[in-house]
Design a protein around this ligand. Sequence first.
Ligand code: UD1
Ligand code: MG
Length: 452
Amino acid sequence: MAGRAAVILAAGQGTRMRSALPKVLHQVGGRAMVDWSVALARSIGCEKIVVVCSPSGQAVQNHIQATLGAEAIAIQDPPLGTGHAVLAAKDALAGFEGDMVVLYGDTPLIPAEAVEALFDLLSDGATVGVLGFDAVDPGAYGRLITNGAGALESIVEAKEATPEQLDVTLCNSGVMAADAETMFELLSRVTNDNAKGEYYLTDIVALARGDEKPCGVVVCDEADVLGVNSRVELAQAERAFQVKMRRAVLASGVTMTAPETVFFSHDTEIENDVLIEPSVVFAPGVSIKSGTRIRAFSHLEGASVAENCEIGPYVRLRPGAVLEQGVKIGNFVEVKKTRMGAGAKANHLSYLGDGDVGAGANIGAGTIFCNYDGFLKYQTKVGKGAFVGSNSSLVAPVTIGDGAYVGSGSVVTKDVEDNALAVARGRQMQKSGWATAFRDKMAAIKAARKKG
Ligand code: UD1
Ligand code: MG
């Protein structure tokens, strides 16, 4: 297989987003849009990935520097069109031999198979392969002009198109592939003699045809090539991602009673025979194993959940929550950076942060792991089979031994031995008959005041 490279165009200003954050850093499915294209490039085996940034797009450059390294950044200055933008990546690809694909930082949902099909076109002899789609409203998209046999002849931008060409609904997604050397040779011949005065990437098709080289089209769904220019389109892309993800999750053997109310991230992993009730949100970094049930109105992020757990309703799992097999976490419990051993339970109204709970332990209603003193965070350990009575505060750092009991309402500041009972609260006293005497006295006072 020829080597592969990707050039991701991300030099646009994204003004219609009306945002301090550059457009390509806005997220879909919990991942920055530019990272979708990077992930796509990786998934199809691109050994070189170059992101074309604008000189003023410091935040995008910082992001790419942190994720791919400085060598992945190419600067286009000033922006003179899509063809000019791809040429800006030429130096960064010096020495690369093989096929390259042009992707976009604002087009997050392109399926890997569509780009694989473009590379297949190249190995079948096409000089340029273009990803097209049948547009419901072709509007300003470039039109793919094919000959009688369906082979691609040229791409005509809407501004340059004749009325007959404007009737064509097969449109250019912008994604195209060619051998890198050929791509840059064709681009070196592109001029800006057109309606916008820009160097159009799309002109490489007509140039290749002028050399009698064949070009081809791969057609995909319009939703797959949705580009984001505004918050409305960002919301559309999010919706398209969620629809696709819900279908995939259902198809993999997960039950959802109201899938349209469940929200996933790009990396959510759910095994078959998980049951998800309505209104559950999976922020990034969640994996759920078979047989687990996630009840309504729960929010999970950065959490790993083993087999046969029961979570919710109304649970919050935060990053570092690790639930082993058969754990139960009930309503209004928040778990952060805490391992719950197999079969452990926290069924009501608790905060478990920076902890480690042994297998089979029971955390009573209203238990709080007091993990923070305003400066640092500390660990709470609860041993295997321990029982923490309701409304207890475990002031970290503290360890409750295996099999120990903590009496309800305790504020535990010292370690508790294995199998001991710790009670740390005011001792109960009783005064017999006090209430009767109190009521009699107060009734007499009230009656005297009314008379007077
Ligand atoms: C482009 C295509 C059009 C296609 C459409 C799909 C060309 C000439 N036209 O049109 O056929 O139907 O996309 O959405 O390619 N960019 C740069 N530097 C530049 C110019 C653009 O990085 O100098 C980036 C933009 O940030 C954007 C992308 O390239 O992400 C496309 O540019 P845009 O100006 O939106 O092209 P369109 O006119 O929409
Ligand atoms: Mg555009």
